[in-house]
Structure formats: C-alpha cells, structure tokens
Ligand binder design. Sequence first.
Ligand code: LLP
Length: 418
Amino acid sequence: MHDFQFKNNELYCEKIKVREIANKVGTPLYLYSHHTLVDHFTKIKKAFAPVNPMICFAMKANGNLAVLKTLLNEGAGVDIVSQGELLKALKLKADPKKIVFASVGKTEEEIALAIKTGILFFNVESVPELEEINRVAQKMNKKTQAALRVNPDVEAATHHFITTGTLKNKFGIDLKSTYDILKSQKKYPHVKISGLHIHIGSQLTTNEPFIKAIKKIVEFISSLKNEGIDIEYLDIGGGMGIIYKDEKPQTAQEYADSILPILKRTSLKIIMEPGRFIVGNAGIFVTKVLYIKDNGYKKFIIVDGAMNDLIRPSLYHAYHEIVPLKKAEVDTGTFDVVGPVCESGDFFAKDRVLPKVIQGDFLAIMSAGAYGYVMSSNYNVRCRAPEVMVHGNKYAVVKDRETYQDLMRGEHIPEFLK
Ligand code: LLP
C-alpha cells in the first residue's frame, strides 16, 4: 500500500493534490510520501520484531536527506556504499554504531573516514580489501570491525544486472575463502571479524532464494562454532521486491514468517538492509506532456522528463505504471512515452495503452522512489529535477531543482584556448 491514491479522479499524495504541487514547483519533479516511508519501515520492524533486527536503510536506493531523516527518526540505521553516503548520514547525526559499509572498491580515504567515525562494521568483499582495512586501521592505531560478505552462490530470479549472489558476480567472498580468512584472522590484528553478510540481489519477489541463502549461511555459522569461531552478527542484506506492475511479492510478514524460524534458532544479532521495499512505492516522478506525435506508424507522448531523470526503463527495461494526474476511464490508444533526450533509449514506456492525454497534461510515473533520483544524471546538460516531500496536508521542496549555474560549476576554459 502507498499514499498515492485517486480521489474524485484526481491523484493525491496523502492529503494534497499532486497537480497542485506540479503547478507550484514545476515539472519534472520527484515526490515522496512521508507517511508511506514510515509505514513501510514499520512493516519490516513489526514483522521482524521477534529477532529485533537493526534495520539499516540502504541509502543507495534514495539518498535524499529528508528521506533519510524520516527513517532515522523511526530508529533506522544506515547501509552505506561510499564516502558521500557516509557524509550525508553523519550530517544528520546518524548513530555510527548503526552504520554498515559495503562496496567492492572502498578507497583508503573512505576506509580511514569510516574508522575515524567508528561505524559498526565494514562489509568486506575481498582479501585485499581486508588487508587494506587492517593496514589503514594499524596506521591510525585503531581496531575496527568487519563482516565478511559471503557470496552464497544462490541464483536470485531477478534482472541479471541486479543479481549479486552467484559466483558470476563481482560481489562477496566464496564460502571456502571465507572459511580460510576466518581461520587466519590473526593476520588482521586491527580488524575484528564479527559478522557475516549476504545480499543476493534486488527486487526478489519470492522467498525461496532468501531461505536458501540464509539457511546455507546459518549452517555455515554453526559449523564454524564447532571449530571455536564465533560469529556475532548476521547481515541478511536487502532485496525485498515491490509491486511495479502485477508482481505478487512476499509481504514483510510473509518474508519474516519464512526466515524467522531459521534465525530464531541462532543467537545471532540480525541486521537488514532494505532499500526498495521502504522507498520504491513511496515516491513518484511527475512529468508534463510537451507534445503528442503521430508518425503514421507509431504514436509518441513526448514529456519533459527523460532518461537522465529516471533511467530504470532504459537500463533494465523496467516497467513503471504511468497514470495521468486526472484519471480518465477509457484507454484511447497505444503510445511510447518518451523524453527529449537524443537517444532511442530515452523512454519511460513502450507500446503502452493509455487514456487520452493532451499537451500540458501531467503524468505520474509510479514506483519511482527507489533508484530514481539517485541514478539521475545531467546528460544532454539537463538540470536534475527537484525532490518534494509530502507530510499530511503539507509539502516541502527537499532538494531544489538544479540551476544552469550548478551545471557549469567547476568547468574552466584553459589559457591555451583563450
Ligand atoms: N545491500 C546491498 C549490499 C546492496 O547491494 C543493495 C542493493 C541493498 C542492500 C538494497 O537492496 P534493495 O532492498 O533495494 O533491493 N539500481 C537497481 C537496483 C540495484 C541494487 C543494488 N544493491 C534498480 O534500479 O533496480
């Protein structure tokens, strides 16, 4: 469920007409519902209450400070993948002991800042990375913590770009090497290896791959115990799928019901890293119809948003529902919904049956809260769209539309061209 609903044929976000915001702020724009964010976070928290997990929001899904603040206010921790994300989390005074840091390519600078901050742990993805963390910690005369990201070699039925838990992917460490590292922990005196981490992919709509991976890792952990190796934390990653079209993903409760029996048999401290589940359906992208074009073969709705704003359809052929802000009951034609960018790959939908729309109408591209704004770019020298958050009958611009000055900042004409 989410708080973008039609009332009297007009799309509302919570208690405000989306059209009102589009008219005031201008398009294109991203719009988030505060209530939906809190609701989705609470659903996970309640469902998993029996193991009282630390729920670290994967801010790669949406790094907006107001979104993050909403979740921090609810008690969330943060799953980060870069120094930029760490700095954003720190700006909001996130508790460092609730920050976990993944990424296959952490730099020395990133590692040093995270150690200085005192984050809970690094999710370590390779032996050389572990060596580097140990070296940096030694240089700083500190001891830090790590969880080894295990690649459980489990196939997750999702788009091949976002499956991460098989040995064909760059992520994590295979089980045998994980075992070898744990056996030789003394080599890394400045790193306490206190946890294991898995994340097998994103937008998973069935429980089976999760169950399979978690079972595998829990069995592995208990076999380690027999050898005197104690693991304190298990980070089960993110990946819970949402409804974009007609998927029937597991609810938070169904997900919990399927894995809690495995987790409850252990005394592990559980960490979760949901991103999309919390924010995906808590956001939409609003765009305006510029032109309707009929070339005799195909009809195109040309809008003011583009692939630089929301790249998921172009990149993954992802389906996003598209609705006019004013609901019309009758579908009148099949259209490609496209942006102004100079590429055939610039589309939000292909051959989509839609109701009649005319120039100047607004369209909402649904389920755009996760991996939307964060993956936007300035391609074609287009300013990034603003982000707006609704809270009941109030709204606020939580990130300004970029300006052309922003776009040219830092560019210089060298002397030899003058
Ligand atoms: N933890 C780790 C280590 C991850 O790599 C990810 C996502 C998450 C947690 C959060 O996963 P979620 O709960 O959001 O599924 N850009 C793609 C998705 C990339 C996912 C990357 N990793 C998309 O637009 O579908």
